[in-house]
Design a binder for this molecule. Structure first.
Ligand SMILES: C[S@@+](CC[C@H](N)C(=O)[O-])C[C@H]1O[C@@H](n2cnc3c(N)ncnc32)[C@H](O)[C@@H]1O
Length: 261
C-alpha cells in the first residue's frame, strides 16, 4: 500500500490523467502483475515474440513507434533499442520506474500521450456531440518504419466511458457501448493510416468465469471490431485467477497478433 502511495506522489502525471483514473490503473496493473507474474508469463513471452517476429516486414529501422508501452512488461525494449535508431514509447502514463529504466537507452523516449485525443477534447463534448476527431499524432513523421499497438485496444474506451456516464447520465448503456466501439475503430483506422508495417496485439475476447470454469460474461471484441478471428497467432492471457477480482471469480483474455506488412 505504501509503495502504491509513494508512486502516486512521485509520478509525473497531469491532473486530468490522474482524475480520469489512468495513474491509479497503471499502479493497479503493476500490483496485479506482481501477484500474478507466473500466470502472466506465457502471455508476455508470446507478446514479445510476436512483436519481434513482425519486424521481419521492416526494410529500414529508423523510428519504432509503440502505443501502449505502459510498464514495458510485454515490450522487447532492449532488442528494439538495438535495432532501431530511435524508439518512441507512447502511453498515457509511464510510471517513474519506467522512465528511469528507459534512461539506460539514449535512443528511447517515453511520450505521455492519450492516443484517442479524449483528454484534449473531453470538455467540448456534449450528449449531442460525442464524436472525437480522428487522431493524427505522428502521421506526419516520415521516419516511422514500424508501429505497434500493444494490448491497448480494449482499454481505450474504459475510463472515458466512466467519465461520460457520470457527466451525462442521460446517455444509455447502449449509446456508451457504441461510443466505445467507435473509439476502438478509430484506433484501428489510425494504425492503418501509417505507411509502415504495423503489429496490433489485441484482445479478441474477454471472459469472466467462476472458479469451476462456468462462464459469467463474454465480451466479443473480434465481432464488434471485425478483427480476423482466424489470426494464426493467438493465445490465452490468464489475467486474473479466481479470487483475484472477487471471491471465486476469475478472468482470461484471448489475445491475437494482427500484423500488416
Ligand atoms: C493492458 S496495459 C498494456 C500493457 C503494457 N504494454 C505493459 O507492458 O504494461 C494497457 C495500457 O494502455 C494504456 N492506455 C490506456 N488508455 C490509453 C490512451 N488513451 N492512450 C495511451 N495509452 C493508454 C494504459 O496506461 C496501459 O499502460
Amino acid at each position: 500500500m505504501l509503495t502504491e502511495w509513494l508512486t502516486w506522489l512521485a509520478a509525473d502525471c497531469p491532473p486530468p490523467t490522474r482524475k480520469l483514473g489512468y495513474l491509479r490503473e497503471s499502479i493497479a496493473i503493476r500490483t496485479r502483475y506482481r501477484r500474478c507474474k507466473t500466470m502472466w508469463q506465457p502471455h508476455l513471452t508470446n507478446s514479445r515474440a510476436a512483436l519481434l517476429d513482425s519486424l521481419q516486414a521492416c526494410s529500414s529501422f529508423r523510428t519504432a513507434l509503440v502505443f501502449g508501452s505502459g510498464l514495458l512488461l510485454d515490450i522487447p525494449l532492449d532488442e528494439l533499442a538495438r535495432r532501431f535508431k530511435k524508439v518512441y514509447l507512447v502511453d498515457i502514463v509511464h510510471l517513474p520506474e519506467v522512465k528511469r529504466a528507459v534512461r539506460h537507452h539514449a535512443n528511447v523516449r517515453c511520450i505521455d500521450l492519450d492516443v484517442t485525443g479524449f483528454i484534449e477534447h473531453m470538455e467540448a463534448l456534449s450528449p449531442e456531440r460525442l464524436e472525437l476527431p480522428p487522431p493524427k499524432y505522428f502521421l506526419d513523421e516520415p521516419d516511422i518504419d514500424w508501429v505497434a499497438s500493444v494490448n491497448l485496444l480494449s482499454q481505450l474506451p474504459l475510463l472515458p466511458v466512466d467519465w461520460l456516464r457520470q457527466r451525462f447520465p442521460e446517455l444509455s448503456e447502449a449509446m456508451l457501448e457504441e461510443w466505445g466501439t467507435q473509439v476502438m475503430r478509430q484506433h484501428l483506422d489510425y494504425l492503418a493510416a501509417f505507411a509502415a508495417p504495423t503489429c496490433l496485439l489485441a484482445d479478441m475476447e474477454q471472459v469472466i468465469h467462476t472458479g469451476n470454469g462456468e462462464i459469467i460474461e463474454r465480451i466479443d471484441f473480434a465481432s464488434r471490431l471485425r478483427l480476423d478471428d482466424a489470426a494464426p497467432e493467438q493465445w490465452r492471457w490468464n489475467i486474473a485467477p479466481p479470487g483475484e477480482i472477487a471471491p471465486d471469480i476469475g478472468s482470461f483474455h484471448r489475445v491475437a497478433a494482427h500484423c500488416r506488412q
